[in-house]
Design a protein around this ligand. Sequence first.
Ligand code: 9WN
Length: 438
Amino acid sequence: MIREAVRVLVANWDGSYTVPSRRLYPHQWSWDSAFVAIGNARWSPRRARSELLSLFGAQWRDGRVPHIVFNPEVPDGAYFPGPDVWEVRAPSGSATSGIVQPPVHALAAWRVHLADPDPAFLRRIYPRLVAQQRFLRTARRSADGLISIVHPWESGMDNSPAWDVPLAAVQAGPMGARRRDLAHVSADERPTDRDYERYTALARAYRDTGYRRAGAFAVEDPLFNAAYGVAETSLARIAKVIGLDPDPHHREAAEITAAMVAHLYDDGLFHARDANTGSPLRSQSAAGLVPLMLPDLPREIAHALIGTALDRFEIKNGLLPSYAPGTPEFDPARYWRGPSWLNLTWLVWQGLRHRRADLAETLADGMVGAVARSGFREYFDPFTRAGHGCRDFSWSAALVLDVAAEHGLEGLPAAGGEIAKELGRLAEADDVGDHVLT
Ligand code: 9WN
């Protein structure tokens, strides 16, 4: 399994970063690169550093890290919406999208450093990570101290039922283009055409304000806000290693946690809120469990979230469904409306490790079991573990390497050092983009 994971990551490597999937997603994606770096850190920390540095190479002047960095060598039309829809370039000259994704990169940078300590890398990436957070704080923070997202793609959980109500309010005409995703994956496993019309309309409307003003869709998402808080905790750790003051980061992490508890928590789960209307968006999305990662989360709330994970999300089965089974919206095969994704399961696994080690182990075994049953698929039926979406999906491969290193594989003990030794031979040092690392 470890060798297969590395094979996928090598096949999806583009010289300085990793495509999520050769055919379905043939460019660089923001939060995918963070998860890939976490896994690559286990066998090629050089690749892991390159992955993050190449992404931040396309950071905008305002600090935003675009959710897609387009590869100019990939033919136009291989992915929709491509550069002709976003119509924007980073200062580096790369064509990019103009929206962001959950800021899980500081956590990734910290874990890369833990796997292979390198203060020079931390010194280089730290100011960029700080600028990423500053963008979110200045451009997206409400008076209540919460960060908004302005497009469902910014949540990373594109067609989650949590977005059904605010998305229905978006006026959209025909897309005026052909979807490319359906050439690779069956339509009943992807968002609908109606969803795509609205995604495209929102992207164009945001573009037309110079990527400054939120349009009809603006929501405060618990996963995104938790990622922002975890980023501050990671930045505090990084700051300490490079001789800077960690306290402002600790304070920021505590503040966002308090704001989330005050405004997003209800009835055993964190829920999104509509930033345009102030109304809660009650749903049963697994995004609401990700705050388990926040170190300052009050103990009784963590306790209630664990109860919800057990009963509403049935995590004793080993995988975390993206939406609670037993709800009318749940669909075990359609994109973010129920299937299990390894990145979400991994985030909640991390949140449980120091709170409920037994449940954390169940999830780690579940991730490995899903891959053993179905390969490195994009997502999995949470009960049958049948694979859905594309094959050879990068973060599925990367996160399994991280699980193998920390937890072990099907009865084999945790294999951190062993993985590195075993796989050192497979790492092709020469094809790592030195231009990004120097
Ligand atoms: C739009 C690349 C990305 C992930 C997202 C996932 C999906 C894109 C799409 O693929 O989104 O950004 O075309 O569907 O929802 O989380 O980053 O893997």
